[in-house]
Design a protein around this ligand. Structure first.
Ligand SMILES: *Cc1c(COP(=O)(O)O)cnc(C)c1O
Length: 419
């Protein structure tokens, strides 16, 4: 994995150059487009700081990235082809450098978030099974673990798919193999022959990473039609940098698509859920009726701000691959340091060593302490069984130290009570 770090000046040059290649509502005759610049009372274009603020400049020029720009050269017809080109380069960089795909092997776009990117994948595979194999909708199921994000049931509901939810082991959070086999055999007995399988490149609650080779290998051995989507909304911008032996790459033949959110680990603004998929699949969700869009539409959302794609590209360029790796490894180190302290105290928790999440058993930390430090519970409807710490960049060592001291005091008090 390698891409070079660029200086602020270099980044500015690329971004303003792209902006200049876009049409400009302010000085060009653009008579037919149902878009314009942002309201200039509020977003005045002559604010002096703008010339040093490429992201803000893109935002107020308001380019529309609509559809999927990696699919064809047709976006050159688009009046926003300058910034759309940066989005294409971003997709290429993420697919080929971060997820080790072959050259020009992936399509994708910057979706509003991980939720849409996940549902986009389900939509593609549902239509793929229906168009390619003549599958009926009730022969298709969505398979995911009980620790998966709620965008899975949401997507299943929207797309009319039935869900098969796999049990995980209570302690190590891995998918239970016997449960997987029983449920898939039962589904096949009920006439389900097509499976959309979602694998977690880290769950939100535990930071657990599904054993993709074991689970996808099982589907492969049964001879059913299946497609695997990876939900890397949380882990997509950390795990590939902290685990050099990651099985979550396009070199893994089981995987067809990825979600990877900029707005989780990468610290981009909300609105930056990346969707990546092997070439040859986006076509299954082409909306032919989108006649007024050069290149048609292939996405769920339709119009979206070009500034979002630019923000991801800018952050990746600001750090370079080595800088980002250093940053992610540092977060993991800080997480490991907390774990050693918890081990010393005998606190029970779950943690994947390549992810910056620690999930503590609720019996080992009081509700008051968890709430004081804004730990997040696994359930707000039922009594919490787990509390999690996410070691994000704002989680400084000082806060961690005070939390651990209070936890230790609380545990010592408990011990002396029971003596
Ligand atoms: C956050 C998250 C999502 C959903 O992402 P949004 O950007 O909030 O739509 C999906 N899956 C996982 C694992 C997540 O952590």
């Amino acid at each position: 994995m390698y891409w070079k770090k660029l200086s602020h000046i270099e980044i500015k040059e690329v971004v303003f150059d792209a902006l200049n290649k876009n049409a400009n509502y302010r000085n060009q005759p653009i008579l037919g487009v149902p878009g314009t610049f942002l309201d200039s009372e509020q977003f005045y274009p002559d604010a002096p700081f703008l010339k040093d603020a490429p992201f803000m400049s893109i935002m107020i020029n308001n380019p529309n990235h609509i559809g999927c720009h990696t699919l064809s050269e047709e976006s050159v017809l688009d009046i926003f082809s300058g910034t759309q080109q940066i989005e294409k380069e971003l997709i290429k960089l993420c697919a080929e450098q971060i997820f080790k795909g072959d050259a020009n092997g992936a399509d994708g776009y910057v979706a509003p978030g991980g939720t849409e990117a996940n549902i986009q994948a389900m939509w593609v595979y549902r239509n793929y099974f229906m168009k390619k194999f003549g599958a009926k909708i009730d022969e298709i199921a969505l398979v995911y673990s009980q620790d998966s994000h709620y965008s899975m049931p949401k997507g299943a509901n929207i797309l009319g798919l039935r869900s098969i939810i796999l049990d995980v082991d209570d302690n190590d959070r891995s998918i239970v193999q016997t449960d997987l086999e029983t449920k898939i055999e039962q589904a096949r007995d009920c006439g389900i022959n097509y499976f959309i399988v979602v694998m977690n490149l880290s769950t939100t609650m535990f930071g657990s990473v599904d054993d993709i080779d074991r689970v996808a290998g099982y589907f492969d051995s049964t001879g059913v039609e299946y497609k695997v989507h990876v939900d890397g909304a949380y882990g997509g911008f950390i795990y590939p940098f902290t685990n050099p032996d990651s099985r979550y790459t396009f070199q893994n033949k089981y995987i067809t698509s990825f979600t990877s959110d900029g707005h989780k680990m990468l610290q981009t603004p909300y609105g930056t859920g990346l969707f990546l998929i092997r070439k040859g699949f986006m076509e299954y969700v082409c909306t032919d009726e989108a006649q007024y869009i050069p290149g048609k539409d292939y996405t769920i959302c339709g119009s979206r701000s070009g500034a979002n794609a630019i923000s991801i590209w800018m952050i990746l360029m600001t750090h370079g691959s080595a800088g980002w790796q250093y940053k992610m490894e540092s977060l993991c180190d800080r997480t490991s340091r907390i774990c050693s302290k918890l081990d010393e105290m005998g606190v029970k928790y779950f943690r994947n060593p390549h992810i910056n999440i620690i999930t503590i058993k609720s019996g080992d930390v009081s509700k008051q302490l968890a709430e004081k430090y804004h730990l997040v519970a696994d359930s707000y409807e039922f009594e919490a069984k787990w509390w999690k710490i996410v070691v994000m960049p704002h989680v400084k060592q000082g806060y961690i130290d005070s939390f651990l001291m209070e936890l230790e005091a609380e545990r010592n008090a408990l011990v002396s009570e029971t003596v």
